[in-house]
Ligand binder design. Structure first.
Ligand SMILES: NC(=O)c1ccc[n+]([C@@H]2O[C@H](COP(=O)([O-])OP(=O)(O)OC[C@H]3O[C@@H](n4cnc5c(N)ncnc54)[C@H](OP(=O)(O)O)[C@@H]3O)[C@@H](O)[C@H]2O)c1
Length: 326
């Protein structure tokens, strides 16, 4: 097998593509021949030692991937050689093969492509947990999605629509806003050129959004929080913009509003049954055609540096995939 190894925490430029003997799965593990892996923002952070998960060195980055089960360790009853699967871990995906604990592997329903399988659970799982579970989103409410053309953003937009909400998708360019309208946004806001607060006032008749989904943070957070509706819920999802915002607490008092933290990885670990129920609803929405990953582009696995650069410079729209040649 071959894999991109992170030997030092010096970012993507220090990753090394190396060959090693293809390992056999131990008890409870399976080996997957990887067809596609998707890039998530945490993949950029983990190779710099800036993510909350810090695996021992050396490690292979790549949190989410899909392919075919090639070998099964003892004690694994639910998976067999030849099964088409998706896997979620924190590492291992930017490779030709991965050994992974069977509990982190999901069989792909028929009709679910490997590309969609590699681009699904991380973003849709996060956004479902955020909107449906943490924010208790109701049909008819208005959701503002910041960074709406990104990975978790496009998933949030589609999930909010599937739940019957009205979606205002906000992004930094007209091209990103156009993608959001294609994906079903009711209205868009280009925060690169429009004033966030004035535009939100106009789009909501002065009331403000009931739920704000924020994977960006930085300077957008305070004006977005100031715009929130009475009893609003502000979802703290991530800080792709770099800065962790600090809010005056009186804003929460004045709106009777909540700041709601979202940590999907820990939700999966702490509440596996609730996560299973969420994934089942997502699979049903996928089968019904209500949600589907927006694929930015597919790049060969060898192009990992270009892929990281594309995400780091905000060019990715939807999900970027790294694929192995058949
Ligand atoms: N809480 C959780 O459980 C959880 C789970 C998954 C991901 N996350 C977090 O969610 C965030 C988004 O992840 P993702 O995989 O969706 O990333 P992504 O596809 O790159 O989307 C992030 C979006 O943030 C915006 N952005 C603003 N400033 C940026 C910058 N300096 N660099 C890159 N993007 C910037 C971009 O939109 P515009 O250009 O339109 O501003 C971009 O589309 C990350 O912070 C990630 O760690 C959290």
């Amino acid at each position: 097998m071959q894999a991109w190894f992170c030997d030092t925490l010096d970012g993507v430029d220090a990753l090394q593509w190396r060959e090693l003997p293809t390992p056999e799965p131990q008890a409870g593990e399976v080996r997957i021949a990887i067809e596609a892996a998707s890039l998530n923002f945490p993949d950029l952070l983990i190779v710099q030692g800036k993510y909350q998960v810090k695996p021992p060195l050396p490690f292979v980055p790549g949190a989410e991937y899909a392919g075919t089960v090639e070998a099964v360790g003892t004690g694994v009853a639910q998976l067999k050689v030849g099964d088409r699967v998706a896997a979620i871990g924190s590492t291992g995906g930017f490779a030709t093969h991965a050994i992974v604990d069977a509990s982190r592997v999901l069989p792909l329903p028929s009709g679910f492509s490997s590309s969609d399988g590699a681009a699904f659970a991380f973003t849709y799982g996060t956004s479902h947990h955020a909107l449906i579970d943490r924010a208790q989103l109701k049909a008819g409410e208005t959701v503002l999605v910041l960074g709406a053309a990104g990975g978790v953003g496009t998933a949030a937009l589609q999930i909010a629509k599937a739940a019957g909400a009205r979606v205002i998708a906000a992004a930094s360019s007209d091209a990103k806003c156009a993608l959001c309208r294609e994906l079903g946004a009711d209205a868009t806001l280009n925060y690169g050129s429009q004033d966030l607060r004035e535009t939100l006032k106009a789009l909501t008749g002065g009331k403000g959004p009931d739920v704000v989904y924020d994977p960006v943070g930085g300077d957008l957070a305070e004006p977005a929080f100031r715009s929130i509706a009475w009893r609003g819920r502000y979802l703290v999802v991530g800080f792709a913009g770099g800065g962790i915002p600090a809010l005056p607490w009186n804003l929460a008092l004045l709106k009777g509003a909540s700041v709601v933290g979202v940590f999907w990885g820990d939700f999966v670990r702490r509440e596996p049954e609730a996560n299973q129920r969420a994934l089942m609803q997502l699979a049903q929405w996928y089968a019904a055609g209500s949600i589907k990953p927006a694929i930015d582009m597919e790049m060969p696995m060898s192009e990992i540096r270009a892929a990281y650069a594309r995400m780091g410079s905000r060019q990715v729209m939807g999900k970027l995939l790294l694929v192995n040649k058949p």
